[in-house]
Design a protein around this ligand. Structure first.
Ligand SMILES: [Zn+2]
Ligand SMILES: [Zn+2]
Length: 316
């Protein structure tokens, strides 16, 4: 069988923050300052996703930097239909597939699964990718987000929520979305940086790395569509592919490896007290036939994590 490339070594790696705020809404950095800060920290891409406004920052693009055009849309249950005494809110990052044809879409006017699902459909028709943000911070569980339908990705990690509220990780929410929703759901880690929260700096703590042949808008959107990226708070994934009935992952040294599917226990796990695992090999013959996907997760010696996108074993 031909080799299936998941994260090809032959492609370039482009580090990206897919969720950010600037002075265009409630962030402290100007768009230019954000670019300089992130470029110095090794990033090639920022998705500018200010709250409920759409600003094209394509003028910031250069040969080593790409600005993705987007917005963060919020629908707050206090205003649009409260279900509980505490506030819940739904935040969606919409990233334009083509900045030249991006137009602002207004927020959902009711806090219901039906209204938000219709809004996601509208965003798709308007040419946006839609990531569902920080469910743990938003006080949303599967009762809410499973009704949101066809979002393309889910933030498993949000660094601003981590430093500001100690709830940046939405691991169980992401895992439940994978179990319950039948369409591909991309695994996203992002900063959601504001640099204005009055706490620890919320930049450069969660990111994705795209594998693409070039740093162009269309190549990065294609990499997103084809799930050719991984999310991380630390570990680096150098390469991943399937060949001769084995899933291979080459990575920076880690302590724990888990490969999950929809079942309660892992398909595969490995552990080294010396934090020196750098190659993972999963024999696909040992994967139960009912497994719908393989989802690789790495944890290093400091507890930092990396997550691959799920690899779907059967056509969904
Ligand atoms: Zn948000
Ligand atoms: Zn945000």
């Amino acid at each position: 069988m031909a080799r299936i490339e998941l994260l090809p070594r032959s492609y370039n790696s482009y580090k990206a923050n897919l969720h950010s705020h600037t002075t265009c809404s409630d962030g402290r950095f100007t768009p230019e300052q954000a670019k300089e800060y992130y470029k110095k920290s090794g990033y090639s891409i920022i998705a500018y996703t200010d709250h409920n406004v759409l600003v094209d920052h394509s003028d910031l693009n250069d040969e080593s930097f790409l600005a993705l055009v987007g917005l963060e849309m919020d629908t707050d249950s206090f205003i649009y239909g409260r279900k509980h005494e505490f506030n819940q809110t739904c935040h969606l990052c919409a990233i334009a597939r083509d900045p030249k044809h991006a137009a602002l879409v207004s927020r959902a006017e009711r806090y219901t699964g039906e209204a938000i699902s219709r809004k996601i459909d509208e965003l798709h028709r308007a040419g946006y990718i839609v990531n569902y943000n920080h469910p743990a911070w938003s006080c949303e569980g599967s009762d809410e987000f499973l009704d949101y339908g066809m979002f393309d990705g889910l933030e498993i990690y949000n660094y601003s929520c981590e430093v500001g509220n100690n709830n940046g990780e939405s691991h169980s929410e992401y895992a439940m979305a994978l179990r319950m929703l039948k369409h591909p759901i991309r695994c996203v880690a992002a900063d959601d940086n504001h640099q204005s929260l009055g706490c620890e700096d919320d930049a450069c703590g969660g990111w994705v790395v795209f594998k693409a042949p070039e740093l162009s808008y269309s190549a990065i959107i294609k990499a997103y569509d084809e799930m050719r990226f991984y999310a991380s708070t630390g570990p680096e994934i150098k390469e991943s592919y399937i060949e001769d009935g084995r899933l291979i992952v080459e990575c920076s040294p880690v302590r724990r490896v888990h490969v999950m599917s929809q079942m309660i226990d892992p398909i595969f796990c490995d552990f080294s007290p010396d934090n020196d695992l750098t190659r993972i090999e999963v024999d696909l013959k040992k994967v139960p036939s009912e497994a719908r996907f393989l989802w690789v997760q790495l944890t290093d010696g400091q507890g930092k994590k990396a997550w691959m996108n799920p690899y779907y074993l059967h056509k969904e």
